[in-house]
Each structure stands twice: as structure tokens, then as C-alpha cells.
Design a protein around this ligand. Structure first.
Ligand code: NAP
Length: 503
């Protein structure tokens, strides 16, 4: 077993302690950190929400969540009991500020017990409209601390447009310093996403090829087989642009597009990512017409079961104009990427659940083989698969065994599961540990969030102001609207997908 990290005593306060995020992600992550020896020696977890619960009942609920959702399966009872000794519950209605009094008492009692170096982490796992209120109450009750002893974690969505993101940044930075604020995008904590940095900047062969001279185009495709399920109410006011592209997909694009940082310092890495966002070509009305596609799913059959169209999901307007699919062609106007398209697509109720980054290299400058030999010719591709397969594939041409000279594409594969026997941690484990150790590398800085909103605002505004007449325009279990195929086909390419077993 690994030993505990040398982290100061830590109190984690979870607002939204009874919610879905805590039960499915945060509690399993904290328990696994404890089980793997990564929690500080002295720690406490305070769950808060409105409903009255005893500490015992709260622990029981968390244990059910861990048993159901943890990557490591059911808890080991003895270990759980020890972990849960440090878990308590405070009933706090953040809209009744006086209830912060109880929380203050609990925090101060623990601070006294743990000593002067105790740090407090506030995790805001509640609806976004409560973020400003909680920040203000923490400030009013003298709980906002300083850079050394207090951090606040803000869940996505961070604003619903540029204006609201700026407002929220303004409120938060009026109370906390930027060093205290952790804007979480759990995608960045995924093992395969973190490996993009390692792959790009720890291998010398790649950098000379990583530019417009050798790369033809790039695709980032995050597709989901599921529909909106019971999140229709939330999704109606979000849509694919806000829910996925503004954060997860643009963050992936930054990791692929960024220049080499001079060191692994959080701000240096974030500077390089912001540079990518700033270099992205703004959308003109013409670009929006020709370089963006929106879609909405209609009913269909998934694995033998009929599933409803988006407009018939619970909480969804029967005439909804919300997009459940988006595909966009971006350009990064700098020396490295000038003229190289980055195609990005995401959607719900698509044929496959997968997150893939495909880098297609340019063709060889001259074909020396006779045409019969190259029937299955394929330009080299580097395929980074984030999920469900965790792998990096380099597609190269190889000679098929036999007396004839026949070429076909073959994959050189680095597969996580085959290479490393250990279980990979969940994104939330990585990110919670980062918060405890004060590492902001994988968290979005204020300017990063605002730059991403600024880029997308013309598309968001255009899509909202002009209702789509073609919705619904793709069938559940398809690859999305035909226009998305046309978007990329016009440039002579097609969307790439790995032939995976369906999840
Ligand atoms: P949820 O299941 O609806 O939970 C909301 C939580 O907030 C509950 O614990 C609720 O408990 C509490 N709450 C509501 N009003 C309150 C008030 N006035 N004072 C104190 N507590 C209050 O939501 P969720 O799915 O966990 O999502 C929480 C946040 O995380 C949202 O911002 C969401 O966008 C984000 N997020 C969630 C996921 C996910 O997988 N669920 C993923 C990414 C981001 P009571 O009713 O007992 O007060």
C-alpha cells in the first residue's frame, strides 16, 4: 500500500452532498483515494444539503453510492468503517444564510482538532445558480480563508454564455484569489487525456511532424449512445455546444494544438492552452453557415429497444430547438496550424459511445507502388482513443504476408489495459487529489473559460436566434445528420470511427 501524501490536514466540504454527483463520483473517488493511501493523515468530509439527515444515514447513503459506482467494486467493510469515521453531515440550506452558522461551527471544531495548517476545500456540487450565493455566504461567515488554507471547486457548467461566465468570475475573484479557484472539467482528469501531454512532450519523434507540413487534418469526436434520459430539463437550456464543445472538446483541442510549454508549471501549461483559444479563427456569419452543423435526434431503435426522440424525452419542449448534436470545423490561425482544419463533433443517441482524437498525416509525396498494390491505401493516422478503449494507435501501411506485393493499413497499438496491469484511477480521484495538493494544471483558469465562450458565442447566438427548420434531423443509433458527413466530405475527408463493440 502506498503511504499517505504529505498533505496538510484537510476538510472537504461538499455542497450537494446528497446529490447524484457526490453519490456517483465524489464519494467513490474519496473512498478510493483513502483505500489507496492517498488521503491526508488527518481529514474530514462534511456533506451538506437541505434535507435533514443523521451522520449515520448520510454515511449509509454514501456507502450505497460507492458500492454501486466505484471502479473498485464494493467497499471492504473494515476499511469503509475507518474511512466513514471522518464523514459527517450538516443540514445547510444555502438560501437561508443563517444555516452557515452550523457549518462554521463544524469547520472551526475540526480546525482546532487538526491544527493551524488545516486546509478547507469547498466543493460546489449544486445547481450553478447557487454558486454565487455560496461564495458570498462563505465570505460573510469568514470562511473564505486565503491562498494557503482554502480552495473552492466549481463544477461545470461555468456560466451559460460569455456574459454569465464573466459575472461568475467577477463574483468569485472578488472573494477568492485565482489560486484558490478550481474550475473543474472532469475530462481533463482522465488518464488517456493526461497522457496526451506525456505523449506529445516526452517523445522526440513527434514534434517535427506535429504541424501543418505533415498533418492533413484533425478530428475530435466524442459520441454518446445514450439520450438525455432524465436530464432533459437541464439539457434543454444547454445543448451540445454548451454541454460538450465549450468545455471538454475545446480542452482536447487545446491539448493537441498547444505549443510546447517550457516546464510543467500549472500557469505555463494554461498559458499555452489559452494561446490556442486566442489563435482560433472567429466565426463569421458565412462560417456559421458552412462550417457548423446542428442536429437533434428522433426516435429509433437501440439494441432492439425503441427509444424516444429528443422532443419526447421528459422535461423537453415538444418544439425544442435545442441541439443534441453539433459538428464544427475550426481553424487555429498560427504558424503551426495555419490552414489545417480541426473537425469536432459530439452528440447524443449516436451509433457508438466513444471519444477519439484522430490526427491524419499527409499522403506520401510520390506513390512508387503500382495501383493494384495499393488498393487499400490509407494515409497514416494517429488515433488517440480516450474511451471506451484506452489506447494510442499509429496506422501505417504494411505488406500483407504472401508472395504478392499487396499493401494494407495495419495498427501499431499501445493499449493501456494490456500494458499496465494496475487499475486506472477515475478522473475525479486525480482531480480531487490535485485540489488537495494545490495543483491547478488540470483546472481551467478564468481567461481560458472566457476565451472558449467568446469563440462560441457567435454560433450559440446564431443557433438560438434562428430556429432549425430541419429538427429532428437524425435517427437514434445513427452517426448524426447527413450535413455533418457533408461538412467533412466537402474537404475530401470522412469521419473516422474505431470498429468497436457497442457498449
Ligand atoms: P442533483 O442530484 O440535483 O443534486 C443537487 C444537490 O444540491 C442535492 O444534494 C440537493 O440536496 C442540493 N441542494 C439543492 N438546493 C439546495 C439548497 N438551497 N441548499 C443546499 N443544498 C441544496 O445534482 P447533481 O447531478 O449532483 O449536479 C450537481 C452539480 O454538478 C451541477 O452543477 C451539475 O451541473 C454538476 N455536474 C454533475 C454531474 C453528474 O454526473 N451528476 C457531472 C458534471 C457536472 P437537497 O435537495 O437535500 O437540498
Amino acid at each position: 500500500m502506498k503511504t499517505s501524501l504529505n498533505v496538510n490536514p484537510t476538510i472537504v466540504v461538499i455542497f450537494g452532498g446528497t446529490g447524484d454527483l457526490n453519490l456517483r463520483k465524489l464519494a467513490p473517488a474519496l473512498y478510493n483515494l483513502y483505500a489507496d493511501g492517498y488521503m491526508p493523515e488527518k481529514y474530514a468530509i462534511i456533506g451538506t444539503a437541505r434535507r435533514p439527515l443523521t451522520d449515520e444515514k448520510f454515511r449509509e447513503n454514501l456507502m450505497d453510492g460507492v458500492n454501486q459506482f466505484s471502479r473498485s467494486g464494493k467497499v471492504k467493510q473494515e476499511k469503509w468503517n475507518k474511512f466513514a469515521e471522518n464523514v459527517i453531515y450538516n443540514s445547510v440550506d444555502v438560501e437561508t444564510p443563517e444555516s452557515f452558522g452550523l457549518l462554521k461551527k463544524s469547520i472551526e471544531k475540526l480546525q482546532k482538532e487538526f491544527g493551524p495548517k488545516t486546509q478547507v476545500i469547498y466543493y460546489l456540487a449544486v445547481a450553478p445558480n447557487l454558486f454565487p450565493l455560496i461564495a458570498k455566504c462563505l465570505s460573510d461567515y469568514g470562511l473564505a480563508g486565503n491562498e494557503d488554507n482554502c480552495r473552492i471547486v466549481i463544477e461545470k457548467p461555468f456560466g451559460r454564455d460569455l456574459e454569465t461566465a464573466k459575472e461568475l468570475n467577477c463574483i468569485l475573484t472578488g472573494i477568492f484569489t485565482e489560486k484558490q479557484i478550481y474550475r473543474i472539467d472532469h475530462y481533463l482528469g482522465k488518464e488517456t487525456v493526461q497522457n496526451i501531454m506525456a505523449f506529445r512532450f516526452a517523445n522526440s519523434f513527434l514534434e517535427p511532424l506535429w504541424n501543418r507540413t505533415y498533418i492533413d487534418h484533425i478530428q475530435i469526436s466524442v459520441t454518446e449512445q445514450l439520450g438525455v434520459g432524465d436530464r432533459g430539463g437541464y439539457y434543454e437550456s444547454a445543448g451540445a455546444l454548451r454541454d460538450m464543445i465549450q468545455n471538454h472538446l475545446l480542452q482536447l483541442l487545446c491539448l493537441i494544438g498547444m505549443e510546447t510549454p517550457i516546464n510543467f508549471d500549472a500557469d505555463e501549461i494554461r498559458n499555452k492552452k489559452v494561446d490556442v483559444l486566442k489563435a482560433m479563427r472567429p466565426f463569421s456569419p458565412e462560417d456559421i453557415r458552412f462550417s457548423t452543423v446542428r442536429g437533434q435526434y428522433t426516435k429509433g431503435w437501440v439494441e432492439g429497444k425503441e427509444v424516444p426522440g429528443y422532443r419526447h424525452e421528459t422535461g423537453v419542449d415538444p418544439n425544442s430547438n435545442t441541439e443534441t448534436f453539433a459538428a464544427i470545423k475550426f481553424f487555429v490561425d498560427n504558424w503551426r496550424w495555419q490552414g489545417i482544419p480541426f473537425y469536432v463533433r459530439t452528440g447524443k443517441r449516436l451509433f457508438q459511445t466513444s471519444s477519439l482524437i484522430t490526427i491524419q498525416f499527409k499522403d506520401v509525396p510520390h506513390h512508387i507502388f503500382p495501383s493494384g498494390v495499393t488498393e487499400h491505401w490509407q494515409q497514416n493516422r494517429l488515433i488517440i482513443s480516450i474511451q471506451p478503449e484506452m489506447s494510442i494507435r499509429l496506422q501505417v501501411q504494411g505488406k500483407r504476408p504472401g508472395l504478392d506485393m499487396v499493401l494494407n493499413p495495419v495498427d501499431m497499438v499501445f493499449d493501456y489495459k494490456g500494458t499496465y496491469s494496475s487499475d486506472t484511477p477515475e478522473a475525479y480521484e486525480t482531480l480531487l487529489l490535485d485540489v488537495m495538493t494545490g495543483d491547478q494544471t488540470q483546472f481551467m483558469r478564468a481567461d481560458q473559460v472566457e476565451a472558449a465562450w467568446e469563440l462560441l458565442m457567435p454560433v450559440i447566438n446564431a443557433w438560438e436566434s434562428k430556429k432549425s427548420l430541419s429538427f429532428p434531423n437524425y435517427t437514434a443509433d445513427s452517426w448524426g445528420p447527413e450535413d455533418a458527413e457533408a461538412l467533412i466530405a466537402r474537404d475530401g475527408f470522412h469521419w473516422f470511427a474505431l470498429p468497436l463493440n457497442k457498449e
